[in-house]
Design a protein around this ligand. Structure first.
Ligand SMILES: C[S@@+](CC[C@H](N)C(=O)[O-])C[C@H]1O[C@@H](n2cnc3c(N)ncnc32)[C@H](O)[C@@H]1O
Length: 348
């Protein structure tokens, strides 16, 4: 036993325990509007913040102190300040790095712990719809900032000839659309095109329909309950999968169905969590986050469906290429990437 190594590991664990405890505090702060009340980055006393947000002043002081101890805020003479950079991640909902909204995903791990224990002792299955409701809105809010930041500006332009088709008027399917974040963003940007979102989880389809309504795009974005292997149509210009193909039990079957539904010159846009091809190359903060989430959500969902391939959220380009090649696609390439996503293009 090497005591120095033990101390290093204990330090890491204490840090992680603090991180987990802080994330629960961040979820509370988001819900109570505490960060938004500090978004101007001016120093504020706990009493004033409590008054502004109608919260208990003693608890607000404790919450602020936890933030100061974590380096999330600055503490100056009894007042606390949320620096601009932290505000972008915690207070500014429209920012491309807003993470506070997506933490419902992390909260769901704790709510769903008993279900995962049962799945791990059994056949591994935990279907999407069996999770705590905070996972569905958490997923939407986790992914939406990235889609808003990159989808129109970078990802679609990285595909061959797709933007021109969307501008002229294309037919697009968004499969596994969830709450429709990606569908609505595309529908807003391309008024001449028609968008249809499919998801096998009926409550998500209802929310997606509401989101399109709220965004004023309900005339060109429609949502239906349907599986990736059975949605209708045979003349799509673009079929998209946003962070969902690896969640499916039969991604090869899904890709084969997309092949049949695409026009001959159509394109598949596959957005997947960033990953290299081997576990050893995925050791790091991003791989850690995705493997941990995949244990609770993506892999057990896949195991709950037909075939149960269980790709996991760290499948990587090589395995995804194999899926599309087995489905009959002749062309497959990495169009672009971000630290969190691989953007892949498949064509017939
Ligand atoms: C991680 S979420 C991504 C949702 C959405 N694309 C987004 O980016 O916010 C995965 C989605 O895939 C859906 N899904 C899983 N398996 C499916 C299947 N076989 N057919 C259709 N949808 C499926 C789930 O219901 C869920 O909404």
């Amino acid at each position: 036993m090497d005591e120095a190594r033990l101390n290093v590991f204990m330090g890491k664990l204490v840090n992680d325990m603090g991180g987990a405890a802080m994330l629960a505090n961040v979820i509370v702060g988001e819900e109570l509007g505490l960060y938004k009340a500090m978004a101007d980055s001016l120093p504020i006393s706990p009493e004033t913040l409590a008054e502004k947000t109608t919260c208990n002043p003693r608890l607000v002081r404790e919450w602020l102190s936890a933030h100061a101890a974590s380096g999330y805020m600055e503490h100056l003479d009894g007042k606390f300040r949320l620096p601009e950079e932290q505000a972008l991640a915690l207070a500014v909902e429209e920012s491309p790095v807003y993470v506070a909204g997506g933490l419902g995903v992390v909260a769901s791990f704790f709510h769903d712990k008993d279900k995962l224990v049962k799945a791990m002792r059994g056949n591994g299955a935990l279907p999407w719809g069996d999770h705590h409701p905070c996972m569905f809105t958490g997923t939407e809010r986790f992914f939406r900032p990235g889609y808003k930041g990159h989808l129109i500006a970078e990802w679609l332009p990285a595909l061959e000839g797709v933007v021109a088709k969307l501008e002229d008027g294309a037919k697009v399917a968004d499969i596994g659309c969830g709450h429709g974040a990606s569908t609505v963003i595309m529908a807003k940007a391309f008024p001449n095109s028609r968008f249809v979102g499919y998801d096998y989880h009926a409550p998500s389809v209802t929310v997606a329909t509401q989101r399109a309504d709220e965004a004023g795009v309900s005339s060109r974005a429609h949502f239906f309950q349907g599986t990736a292997k059975s949605f209708p149509g045979n003349d799509y210009d673009l079929i998209c999968y946003f962070d969902c193909l690896h969640d499916m039990g039969d991604p090869v079957g899904a890709a084969r169905h997309a092949y049949d539904c695409l026009k001959d010159d159509g394109t598949v846009l596959l957005v997947e969590p960033f990953a290299n091809d081997t576990l050893d190359d995925n050791i790091g903060p991003v791989g850690r986050l995705f493997y941990a989430a995949s244990t609770f959500i993506c892999t057990p969902n896949s195991l709950s469906q037909e075939v149960g391939l269980g790709l996991g959220a760290q499948a990587g380009e090589m395995r995804l290429r194999k899926v599309f090649s087995e489905a009959g696609f002749k062309q497959f390439r990495r169009a672009t990437q971000t630290p969190f996503n691989l953007i892949l293009e498949a064509r017939k």
